[in-house]
Design a protein around this ligand. Structure first.
Ligand SMILES: [Zn+2]
Ligand SMILES: [Zn+2]
Length: 328
């Protein structure tokens, strides 16, 4: 099989043309990859900002594919089933986090495209217990961004509570899905892009947000909650300054540049600042049941697998509207 592989940190991905397809172990399935989304986290791994990735590594944790072989003891899946593989690839089921409904924080968690080879290839192996059936109505490419951008965006939205006025900082793959869900829930949405990014602001407005502007601007009204998707620490004090008393600011990314110091008055008055880490399988089930009701539509730009480095460069430069998806 062909795959795009990270051989060492900070190097471009290398095309490996004749890799032996992996064999599914117990409780695993072999998946023929039909599409794999490109996530900002992939860049953090490639850039060496996340410690100790598997090396060499096939990145990619937004996999849509078809079951091509079953390992032992796989229940509930048949050959040919369409499934999605998310970031959460394995949890122990036994630690205090797993036993308290917080498997996203499992002490022994393993993540797809980080500790486990992912979907930047023609085939991938995944633990069947962590795969999701996908709703019909979205083709393979369109469904791929649901698996991280959508899913972790949904968790961030849920943890921000019932905010009437919601700010989204960084209007990429996650925000363009979250905006649709928030509107469906009756929330008013305010989008923040890089300063001067008229294209990004027009894209946000086309999805029904009420206001779009640069992240250096204040919204026309105070926000009740803000979700930060861009990996920029300076957005934390900016979002707090835009947030109403008692409001919540959620950092939704896995890595962020350092947060500059800021005056306590920005946090004072019971504002809450928190992060969101990973996902639970329950988040996935809830989100994938909700998505067809909205219905969530994704905007994607597909790239052939061999152009993974170009897709990553476009994401890094902010040149994408919506989500990049690799097609093998
Ligand atoms: Zn655990
Ligand atoms: Zn991701």
């Amino acid at each position: 099989m062909r795959a795009m592989r990270l051989e060492r940190a900070s190097a471009p991905l290398a095309l490996v043309a004749k890799l032996e397809p992996p064999a599914p172990g117990p409780q695993q399935v072999l998946i023929r990859v039909a599409a794999c989304g490109v996530c900002r986290t992939d860049l953090h791994i490639i850039d060496g900002e996340l410690a100790n990735p598997k090396l060499p590594l096939v990145p990619g944790h937004e996999i849509v594919g078809y079951v091509a072989a079953l390992g032992e003891n796989v229940r509930g899946l048949r050959l040919g089933d369409r499934i999605g593989v998310p970031w959460l690839g394995y949890t122990c089921g036994e630690c205090t986090f797993c036993r308290s409904g917080r498997e996203n924080l499992c002490a022994k968690a393993r993540f797809t495209g980080y500790h486990i080879d992912g979907g930047y290839g023609e085939y991938a192996v995944a633990d069947a217990r962590f795969c999701f059936p996908l709703p019909p109505g979205l083709d393979d490419v369109a469904a791929a961004p649901l698996l991280c951008a959508g899913l972790i965006g949904y968790r961030a939205l849920r943890l921000a509570g019932q905010a009437e006025r919601l700010g989204l900082y960084g209007f990429g793959a996650a925000a363009h899905i979250v905006a649709q869900i928030a509107r469906y829930r009756g929330q008013r949405v305010f989008a923040f892009t890089r300063a001067g990014d008229k294209t990004g602001q027009d894209f946000a407005l086309s999805l029904g947000v009420e206001w779009a502007g640069g992240s250096d601007a204040l919204p026309p009204e105070k926000l009740d909650a803000a979700l930060i998707f861009a990996p920029v620490g300076a957005l934390v004090p900016a979002a707090l300054a835009a947030t109403e008393k008692g409001g919540t600011v959620v950092c939704a990314g896995i890595h962020m540049s350092d947060i500059p110091s800021f005056p306590y008055r920005l946090l004072w008055e019971e504002r809450v600042l928190r992060s969101v880490a990973n996902l639970t399988r329950q988040d996935g089930e809830e989100f994938l049941a909700l998505a067809p009701k909205v219905p969530v539509r994704t905007v994607t730009q597909s790239f052939p697998l061999e152009q993974a480095n170009e897709a990553l460069a476009s994401l890094r430069a902010g040149r994408l509207n919506g989500a990049a998806v690799l097609v093998p």
